[in-house]
Write a protein that binds this ligand. Structure first.
Ligand code: SAH
Length: 221
C-alpha cells in the first residue's frame, strides 16, 4: 500500500466526512483494513461533479454525465474481493469502465499496477485530470471498448469491470493470467457479481451478491 500518500490541500472537513464514510463501510461489513485505509485516503469529492461535492461521502451512486460514479459500498466490496487470497501473486490489473477515475485511484493506492479503459472520451479525459491531482499514483489510461481488454498489456492478475455484461467477454478471459481473478457484474435487469478464477484446470466461477450496474456497452463514443 502507498502509505506515504499525503493529501495536501484537502480540507479537514472532507477528511472527517471521509472517516465517517469509512465507519459506515465497516458497519456495512467491509473488513479489509487496506481497502478501508484506501477509502479513507482518496478524496471522493474531487471525482464527482462540483455541484455534487457536498454529497460525495454519502453511500450513494451519483450522476457523472450520462453515467454514474458507483456507490462507495460496492466499490469497497469489489476491492475487498479483488484483494482476497493474493498469496504473493502479481498485481497487474485491468479496470474496465474507469468513469471519472475514482476506483482507478483506489486501485493505485492499494498498490495495483492499473491499466484502466473507458469508452466515453470526455470521461476518460476527466479521469486523467482527476488522477493527476492524486500524488504518487501511476496509472495507464486508454480510450477504448473494454470488451476487447488491453491485448498489448495482457496478461493481467486482476480484471475488474464496473459495468454489467450480458455474457462474460471471452477476450477478458483470454487476457487473465494463471491464477488471476476476473470480477464483473453479469446480467441485464437482474444482475449478480461474478468472480472467475483461472486455474490450471480451467475457469472456476463463483456467483456472489446481487448488484445494480450500468450496462457494458460496445464501441466507443
Ligand atoms: N469505475 C467508476 C464507475 C463508472 S460507471 C467509478 O469509480 O465510479 C461504469 C463505466 O463503464 C461508465 O463510465 C461507462 O462509460 C463505462 N463502460 C461501459 N461499457 C464500457 C466498455 N465496453 N468499455 C469501457 N468502458 C465502458
Amino acid at each position: 500500500m502507498n502509505a506515504s500518500l499525503t493529501l495536501t490541500g484537502i480540507g479537514m472537513t472532507s477528511q472527517r466526512t471521509r472517516a465517517r464514510m469509512v465507519e459506515r463501510l465497516r458497519a456495512q461489513g467491509i473488513q479489509n483494513e487496506s481497502v478501508l485505509a484506501a477509502m479513507a485516503a482518496i478524496p471522493r469529492h474531487i471525482f464527482v461533479e462540483e455541484a455534487l461535492a457536498p454529497r460525495a461521502y454519502e453511500d450513494t451512486a451519483l450522476p457523472m454525465g450520462s453515467q454514474t460514479i458507483s456507490q462507495p459500498y460496492i466499490v469497497a466490496r469489489m476491492l475487498e474481493i479483488l484483494c482476497e487470497n493474493h498469496k504473493g501473486g502479481g498485481k497487474k490489473t485491468l479496470e474496465i469502465g474507469a468513469g471519472c477515475g475514482y476506483q482507478t485511484a483506489l486501485l493505485g493506492y492499494l498498490g495495483y499496477d492499473v491499466y484502466a479503459v473507458e469508452r466515453i472520451r470526455p470521461l476518460l479525459l476527466r479521469a486523467r485530470g482527476n488522477l493527476a491531482q492524486i500524488p504518487k499514483i501511476k496509472t495507464h489510461l486508454k480510450h477504448a471498448d473494454g470488451n476487447l481488454g488491453w491485448p498489448d498489456a495482457a496478461p493481467f492478475d486482476r480484471i475488474i469491470v464496473a459495468a454489467a455484461a450480458l455474457a462474460v467477454p471471452q477476450e477478458l478471459l483470454r487476457q487473465l493470467a494463471m491464477n488471476g481473478i476476473l470480477l464483473l457484474p453479469v446480467g441485464g435487469d437482474e444482475q449478480y457479481l461474478c468472480r472467475i478464477q483461472r486455474t490450471p484446470q480451467g475457469f472456476s466461477e463463483t456467483r456472489l451478491e446481487s448488484v445494480r450496474f450500468v450496462p457494458l456497452l460496445t464501441g466507443v463514443e
